[in-house]
Design a protein around this ligand. Structure first.
Ligand SMILES: NC(=O)C1=CN([C@@H]2O[C@H](COP(=O)(O)OP(=O)(O)OC[C@H]3O[C@@H](n4cnc5c(N)ncnc54)[C@H](O)[C@@H]3O)[C@@H](O)[C@H]2O)C=CC1
Ligand SMILES: O=C([O-])CC(=O)C(=O)O
Length: 168
């Protein structure tokens, strides 16, 4: 579903992958509010039509489009300047971050294979935990594809740094 914004403004084209989740929905709203963003693609494996409709109702200029399921990943990523990835499982009580690795490693790997194919020059911003392991996975996918550039691969580690400063 496309939104009513006319678009045409210069700016970044941004995809949020995992856009229907707890982090993804707030992040999508913030991106829609950001005047530097001209196009916003919201991708998830569930629930993106509703999230896209809600976010698109905000009266800012970014054009919002929703994409759902693996077969729409390529369309979601094509032409993007920035791909923000909060896709995957969060921890439940009693889980460690290591418990997330098996699931999230595979999810991040397949998304990054899509990035290498459809928007190889995009900046990739990983949020999915364990972020200290998902960033190296992304790096290996991009190296294998011949698209790796360390300046374009970032992980969101602020939370971990704040915790380390508090507890260590
Ligand atoms: N780096 C950081 O500072 C932070 C990292 N996180 C991490 O971010 C991730 C997401 O957290 P929440 O939003 O709370 O979880 P959530 O469960 O609310 O949302 C995750 C979303 O990812 C989607 N998803 C699953 N597989 C996918 C795939 N193959 N492609 C696209 N989307 C897929 C799910 O459908 C869901 O909508 C977790 O791994 C969590 O640990 C969360 C907060 C801070
Ligand atoms: O990053 C988050 O907010 C989720 C979390 O606390 C963890 O997985 O350690």
């Amino acid at each position: 579903a496309a939104c009513r914004a006319k678009g045409g403004a210069p700016g970044f084209k941004v995809a949020v992958v995992g856009a229907a989740g707890g982090i993804g929905q707030s992040l999508s709203l913030l991106m829609k509010m950001n005047p530097l963003v001209s196009v916003l693609h919201l991708y998830d494996v569930v629930n993106t039509p509703g999230v896209t409709a809600d976010v698109s109702h905000m009266d800012t200029s970014a054009v919002v489009r929703g994409f759902i399921g693996q077969q729409q990943l390529e369309a979601a990523l094509t032409g993007m300047d920035l791909v923000i990835i909060p896709a995957g499982l969060p921890r439940k009580p009693g889980m460690t971050r290591d418990d997330l690795f098996n699931k999230n490693a595979g999810i991040v790997r397949s998304i990054c294979e899509g990035v290498a194919k459809s928007c190889p020059n995009a900046i990739v911003n990983l949020i999915s935990n364990p972020v200290n392991s998902t960033v190296p996975i992304a790096a290996e996918v991009f190296k294998r594809a011949g698209t790796y550039c360390p300046k374009r691969l970032l992980g969101v580690t602020t939370l971990d740094v704040a915790r380390a400063n508090t507890f260590v």
